[in-house]
Write a protein that binds this ligand. Structure first.
Ligand code: PEP
Ligand code: MG
Length: 327
């Protein structure tokens, strides 16, 4: 079985009726690009840059310097040998605490995390933006901003990126002036106000881990409520369908980089909804590719309609099983 899967490495993920699904890898450190390449990923869909900022005990500086970050981002870019690398800006807070942060946080999941933290520490953010831009001179890089929900946050982020570009230009340092900038859609408010995002950004990527957490009000790290963390909750399915339909109409690319993208139970459902780009841990990529290769999309439209019309969790599961049979 393993051998067969590794043979799939060079085969593109195309459904039986000829629709290509881009399968990308999630990475945490530049070294992970080796696994991504090995799994046949068409790029990195999510580089969780916060891992460079956490667990700094062995390092000289408490936070990575611009040069240290640049070296890491560049290593990821060269490691992917011309395939695109989506670098997410710092997503600290909640389940990913920063050692130097001295903020008193009442409710970490709802507090000063991710882009909110970065906008409150513009100097720290600027260091990262400059490092990512510098890496974009060495191969295709996209920049992804986590936890956006407010128009003001989009504008402030874009203004800081513009400022970082101006600084680098003035210093004669190379970068990709047309670097695509995208938003993580992982707060229900963002999913419900996509038109706010589509005009200002180049692409969207859905963080289903947080989208589920915030939609269902279930702490994703709390074992006592883990049984209620349900990616098949009708609210989640409605949101996921709404996001891809709205993005398609607005002609803005949308991918999924949260856990749903690497869940083989959901592959057919997601591509039936219209998703064409899935980013996941590299180890899951071969089996997801196999599922894509075994799927005929045109057979899934009727089962999908039934699933989206159902608000009965048990029936949704039965219909999903029927979708597996539908091919
Ligand atoms: C997500 O929220 O789904 C996501 C991809 O980001 P993280 O898991 O790092 O919060
Ligand atoms: Mg997230």
């Amino acid at each position: 079985q393993k051998k067969k899967l590794s043979k799939l490495k060079k085969t593109p993920a195309i459904t039986q009726d000829g629709v290509e699904i881009k399968l990308l890898a999630n990475i945490e450190l530049p070294e992970d690009t080796a696994h991504a390449m090995d799994a046949g990923a068409s790029g990195v869909g999510l580089f969780r840059s916060e891992f460079l900022f956490m667990e700094r005990s062995g390092h000289e500086h408490k936070l990575p310097t611009e040069d240290e970050q640049f070296a890491a981002y560049k290593a990821a870019v060269t490691g992917m040998k011309g395939r695109p690398v989506t670098i997410r800006t710092l997503d600290v807070g909640a389940d990913k605490p920063l050692e130097v942060s001295d903020h008193q946080i009442l409710n970490p999941a709802l507090g000063l995390r991710a882009i909110r933290y970065c906008l409150s520490e513009p100097q720290l953010f600027m260091t990262q933006l400059r490092a990512i831009l510098r890496a974009s001179a060495f191969g295709p890089v996209k920049m992804l901003i986590p936890m956006l929900a407010h128009s003001m946050e989009i504008e402030q982020s874009l203004a800081l990126i513009t400022q970082a570009k101006a600084e680098l230009s003035a210093e004669g340092i190379a970068f990709d002036a047309a670097i695509p900038v995208g938003a993580m859609i992982e707060i229900p408010a963002a999913a419900l106000s996509l038109p706010m995002f589509v005009k200002k950004l180049d692409f969207l990527s859905i963080g289903t881990n947080d989208l589920i957490q915030y939609t269902l009000a279930i702490d994703r790290a709390d074992h006592e409520v883990a049984h209620l963390y349900d990616d098949l909750h009708p609210a989640i399915l409605q949101l996921m369908q709404m996001i891809v339909s709205t993005a398609d109409k607005a002609e803005i690319p949308v991918s999924i980089c949260g856990g749903m993208a690497g869940d083989i139970r959901l592959t057919r459902l997601l591509i039936a909804m219209g998703y064409r780009e899935l980013s996941m841990p590299a180890a899951l990529l071969p089996e997801i590719k196999q599922a894509v290769l075994n799927t005929r999309l045109e057979n899934l439209q009727a089962p999908l309609k039934r699933i989206l019309r159902s608000f009965d969790p048990l029936q949704i599961r039965e219909l999903l099983a029927a979708m597996e049979q539908a091919g």
